[in-house]
Design a protein around this ligand. Structure first.
Ligand SMILES: [Zn+2]
Length: 425
């Protein structure tokens, strides 16, 4: 090992130590503990690997040829180790280090919600610093939402959409096995409006991208009911019009609305389905958008209905509480529904009620501070939540936080997958 490589490895090790020191305080924070430990353990694993590599590379008396081979191998390993550190540095340290009172509110709300709806996975933490709408870093159990979202009740159904991205990754076969057979049949045997065979690329378009959004929408609808549809309209109203034009990553907004309606019908809730459908049609009228030639072929009812059946069945098998179940005191989903009911009935009077309800919620969750003065320091002991939400995980290739902490501590981190609700792309 020459001096340059020795220096690089030592520098990387120091980078790990610096980050570990910055994470130390968060390890005793009840809301961040698992994420901080996960990041710290990831960095420790890199440092251990560096020590091992430097020890093995310290082989005196190598021939010239072997020296060159060793240098190449060390260069390759350095790149891999550096990448592992960067992932922690880029994706985990910032939200942990900058965890604000706003983040804590949203994180505790998600923890409460997850408990109430019998969410089968780990509850993620939430950072209110997104620059691209709602999004999920699947493997890190991290949701990002735009600043100010802790001061609004109307968008909360989208949190379930983001959690749905995680749930899908962890239960892909349960959600998709049956549907993918229907998709394969449709693409191989179906015809478009002019009688031509369907473009085979439609299969991978759905399988790689669109199912993720549809399934996440449908899970959110299963949990929250019509309010997910209302929030979908609210969200679409502020973004570029693309009701009938799907992006690579996201299906057309009209198809997504139909997905929510399909779930409501599968659940036997036709009045709610009719209401969302009517409101969506009113919205479309206001935009004047028209179907594209390919639209009906790309997102036909037969596929949306098949996927809605799969999602409703999967959610039921996982024991997730549907929105139709009896509500409990201070029910999180009930609060979303009450908010939308009041907003739809009297938007002008809504703000006052929303402010009071939010203050009540943050008091319940132990994060009652003036809404106009966000705080960036860690909470005092009295801010400890009544019940700690479990901190958790996501993503196929990606190791989970829990696995890193416990079972597979040596698994190197990989860049987290992102899922976002809609505006990106
Ligand atoms: Zn999404």
């Amino acid at each position: 090992m020459d001096d340059l490589q020795r220096g690089l490895y030592l520098d990387l090790k120091r980078r790990c130590t610096v980050l570990q020191q910055r994470l130390a305080k968060a390890q005793s924070d009840p809301d961040l503990k698992l994420h901080a430990q996960y990041a710290t353990e990831s960095l420790k694993a890199v440092k251990d690997d560096i020590d091992q590599i430097m020890k093995q590379a310290n082989t005196p008396g190598l021939k010239q040829q072997d020296e060159e081979r060793l240098a190449k191998l060390l260069a390759l390993q350095f790149r891999q180790l550096s990448r592992r550190v960067s992932i922690v540095q880029n994706y985990l340290v910032p939200p942990i280090e900058r965890f604000s009172v706003n983040d804590r509110r949203m994180t505790r709300y998600v923890g409460k919600l997850a408990k109430e709806i019998n969410w089968p996975g780990q509850a993620p933490i939430v950072s209110t610093s997104s620059d691209a709408g709602y999004m999920t870093f699947i493997g890190f159990y991290l949701i990002e939402v735009p600043a100010g979202e802790d001061q609004s009740l109307l968008a909360l159904p989208d949190l379930i959409h983001e959690m749905g991205h995680i749930l899908l990754e962890e239960n892909r076969s349960l959600f998709l096995n049956d549907f993918l057979k229907s998709l394969g049949k449709y693409v191989s045997e179906g015809k478009d409006a002019s009688g031509k065979a369907i473009d085979q690329a439609l299969y991978s378009q759905w399988e790689e991208y669109w199912v993720k959004e549809f399934v996440s929408d449908m899970i959110a609808t299963y949990v929250t009911g019509a309010v997910f549809g209302y929030q979908h309209i609210r969200l679409c109203s502020g973004y570029p019009a693309r009701a009938f034009r799907g992006a690579v990553t996201h299906p057309a907004d009209d198809a997504r609305a139909r997905g929510a309606v399909a779930v409501l019908r599968k659940m036997g809730q036709n009045a709610a389905a009719d209401d969302v459908e009517q409101r969506w049609q009113d919205y479309i009228k206001s935009t004047g958008e028209k179907k594209t030639a390919k639209y009906d072929t790309e997102v036909p009812d037969v596929l949306i209905d098949a996927l809605a059946s799969s999602v409703v069945d999967a959610c039921s098998k996982l024991g997730i509480r549907p929105w139709t179940a009896p509500q409990m005191a201070n029910d999180s989903v009930g609060m979303m529904q009450e908010a939308w009911k009041r907003f739809n009935a009297d938007p002008a009077a809504f703000e006052k009620w929303e402010t009071d309800r939010l203050n009540q919620l943050w008091t319940e969750l132990g994060v009652r501070t003036p809404r106009s003065s966000p705080r960036t320091s860690l909470p005092t002991p009295k801010d400890t939540p009544p019940t700690m939400s479990r901190c958790g995980a996501t993503a196929s290739v990606i190791m989970s936080i829990t696995s890193l902490l416990g079972k597979n501590g040596k698994t190197p981190p990989t860049a987290p997958k992102r899922g976002d609700h809609g505006l990106a792309a």
